[in-house]
Ligand binder design. Structure first.
Ligand SMILES: Nc1ncnc2c1ncn2[C@@H]1O[C@H](COP(=O)(O)OP(=O)(O)OP(=O)(O)O)[C@@H](O)[C@H]1O
Length: 200
């Protein structure tokens, strides 16, 4: 569960990014946040993942410390293969080796990236990188997921795959918060918010 109560965030120089924002993503929900460029979607992701501390209001993420994140930069390790980028974080989080390998294999298949499992990150396309980033984030079924424009580099078919996988996480009980420039995504969400204008 993610809940923001009257949260105000500011830039480093004190400019208000958003003010008194109330937002909730309950367990089992996919919540979409749209808004024009610069409206604060990435800042909202940073608030949820705890790297931008609000100047007012409260942020609750439960269970604490479990937030899986997809950033716009992907933050993949260029010197590792696609499969290694998924399996190593699992092992680092304490997943036993055989299970980590199995989770990785399933994630590669679900995201249609098994054929490039042994490719280095700089050998694959932007859209493939984005799918690796989402696959890595959700490989072990996290309970809270925040994803910053996770379909921005994808064609229609892969966009559907990524959204279906995020929805599957919610069906399994996760709370999923997605920012996007694509207002159509809001149609299939359990709730949607628009930054920069009154909330719906
Ligand atoms: N972690 C952060 N710390 C401080 N300021 C931030 C942080 N993240 C974003 N901002 C600031 O918030 C403002 C809104 O930018 P942000 O990237 O959140 O908008 P956005 O809606 O995601 O835009 P886009 O659609 O172009 O990605 C900018 O002034 C930016 O510098």
């Amino acid at each position: 569960m993610i809940r923001l109560d009257r949260v105000t965030a500011e830039t480093d120089d004190g400019t208000v990014i958003f003010e008194e924002l109330d937002l909730e993503a309950r367990d089992g929900q996919v919540v979409i946040v749209t808004g024009h460029a610069g409206s604060g979607k990435s800042a909202l992701i940073d608030v949820c993942r705890g790297v931008l501390v609000p100047v007012a209001g409260t942020v609750k993420v439960e269970p604490a410390g479990t937030c899986a994140v997809v950033t716009q930069e992907y933050e993949l390790c260029e010197s590792l293969t696609v499969a290694e980028n998924i399996v190593l974080p699992l092992i680092a989080r304490g997943v036993e080796h055989a299970q980590a390998a199995e989770l990785t294999s399933k994630a590669l298949q679900r995201f249609g990236i098994d054929a490039i499992a042994d490719h280095l990150i700089d050998e694959i396309s932007g859209g493939q990188r984005q799918r690796v980033a989402v696959a890595r984030a959700i490989a072990d079924g996290p309970t809270v997921i925040v994803a910053d424009e996770p379909t921005s580099a994808l064609d229609a078919e892969n966009r559907e795959i990524v959204l279906a996988e995020l929805r599957r996480c919610a069906d399994e009980g996760a709370s999923v918060l997605i920012t996007t420039n694509d207002t159509q995504l809001a149609e299939n969400a359990d709730a949607s918010y628009v930054l920069g204008v009154a909330h719906v």
